[in-house]
Ligand binder design. Structure first.
Ligand code: SAH
Ligand code: F3S
Length: 434
């Protein structure tokens, strides 16, 4: 039996794409392996958002070249494939395939013609969703992509180049995926998209479907108990969507809504044309709709021209919103982006210093929020056993990890009400509620 090895870098969309590839190769009778030496085909599904992520891919390819079977095929798919294109073959001449995020379903072509060099980084279609085999058994938490690409064109971001312009999947196709997931084990649905709340599909009768319509439809499925979506653009949080947090109890009270910076002048140069008051208004409306809602953000520090005052404004907005579960990054110049050409690039040492300061504050906010959960009962979704096999790992509605002692029984609930007893900055501990 032929074996494949696949490694995934980057976002949840890549994790999803890799799962579809696994299903496809298994449907060809191939078997997944975690040993490169055993594999007949080696696939890296890659991320290009930061330069470090891209470099990681090429150093991994160098190592794979040394340890793989001489006959094994190897290549890259995803955003680095799209970013590098033909130059990937120049950097690693033995490489067999380079397939972009919207053409990875063409992978079988290399299996039938192993001597070819397969290059396809085309954009503009979501045909991959139709061509790949359906997921037969869903995990408890099912990720369902609803749109791909982004029209926002933030000046630092390579995603509009690697994933292309926004395309929304047909409403009925998404609903079909939701029903399939619900009937085969899903308890929680997470709708995915680079600009998920920009989802907009117009059918042949001219009827417009939005993310709020998808949430309503998913909530009709009895097996689905929890719904979330990621990642959202602030000014696309329209009232119909905000209202969902009030009217739809299955929608979890947690939202990733990246602000990136707290400085108006930086936001302007980032081409994120909202002002802070507008952002704060949206947060206030969300809180009015759902008082227990928490917000998470992505931040970039050291964007070209960022002054000490600009950075302090970012610290201030973090304090005002009291973000939980956030990510922060040093600005990384990327090809095909406007910010890479801007003057006033910030020295690495300063970026590092600012990142350390922001990170430590975000960790403190997380610790405070985690501690505020002690004494509460939260409904949590089981992710399985920890490494020791002695504990179960659950996820709270706020994506916190909660550790529970494994019960004596052989089975345990997928969804459980858990009394939170302890907290630190990284996780919670709890016991099953009586
Ligand atoms: N909305 C998208 C965001 C993609 S990039 C999605 O969820 O699919 C994820 C995060 O990486 C961004 O929110 C931003 O904070 C960060 N990022 C993007 N480009 C970057 C760059 N050039 N340097 C540093 N961080 C970057
Ligand atoms: Fe990137 Fe901005 Fe879109 S961060 S994915 S261009 S909203």
């Amino acid at each position: 039996m032929k074996k494949f090895f696949i490694q995934t870098f980057g976002c949840q969309m890549n994790v999803y794409d890799s799962q579809r590839i696994i299903n496809m190769l298994e449907s060809y009778g191939m078997q997944q392996t975690d040993k490169i030496q055993d594999a007949d085909i080696i696939i890296l599904n890659t991320c290009a958002v930061r330069e470090k992520a891209t470099n990681k891919v090429f150093s991994a390819l160098g190592r794979i070249k040394q340890s793989k079977k001489p006959t094994a095929l190897f290549g890259i798919i995803g955003c680095v494939a799209r970013e590098a294109g033909e130059t990937a073959f120049k950097r690693i001449p033995d490489l067999n395939f380079v397939l972009g995020p919207q053409s990875y379903h063409k992978l079988p072509l290399i299996l039938s013609n192993p001597d070819a060099k397969l290059l396809n980084i085309d954009l503009g279609g979501l045909e991959k969703f139709d061509e790949l085999p359906q997921v037969e058994k869903s995990p408890a938490l099912a990720y369902i992509p609803i749109q791909e690409g982004c029209n926002h064109c933030c000046t630092y971001c390579i995603v509009p180049y690697t994933r292309g312009r926004e395309l929304s999947r047909p409403f009925k196709d998404v609903v079909k995926d939701v029903i399939q997931a619900a009937n085969t084990g899903a308890v929680e649905i997470c709708f995915l998209g680079q600009n998920v709340n920009g989802y907009k599909y117009i059918d042949s009768d001219g009827k417009v479907y939005k993310l709020s319509d998808l949430i309503k439809e998913a909530a009709k499925q009895d097996n689905i108990k929890r719904i979330r979506f990621t990642s959202s653009y602030p000014t696309e949080m329209t009232d119909d969507l905000i209202n969902m947090f009030k009217t739809e109890p299955k929608l979890l009270p947690f939202l990733n809504m990246p602000i990136q910076s707290g400085s108006m002048s930086v936001l302007k140069r980032m081409n994120r044309p909202y002002d802070l008051n507008q952002y704060i208004d949206i947060v206030d409306k969300l809180k009015a709709a759902r008082p227990d809602i928490q917000i998470s953000s992505d931040f970039i520090v050291g964007f070209p021209g960022e002054t000490e005052d600009d950075f302090e404004d970012t610290m201030k907005i973090a304090e005002k919103i009291k973000y939980i579960n956030s990510y922060s990054f040093k600005y990384s110049p990327r090809p095909h982006t406007a910010a890479a050409l801007m003057e006033d690039q910030i020295p690495e040492a300063m970026k590092k210093q600012r990142l350390a300061k922001l990170d430590s504050y975000l960790n403190e906010l997380q610790r405070q929020f985690n501690e505020s959960c002690i004494g509460k009962t939260l409904e949590c979704l089981c992710e399985g056993l920890d490494k020791t096999g002695k504990h179960l790992i659950y996820r709270t509605p706020y994506m916190q990890q909660c550790v529970v002692n494994k019960p004596a029984e052989i089975t345990w609930p997928i969804l459980a009400r858990i009394d939170i007893t302890e907290a630190n900055k990284a996780s919670l501990r709890g016991t099953f509620s009586k």
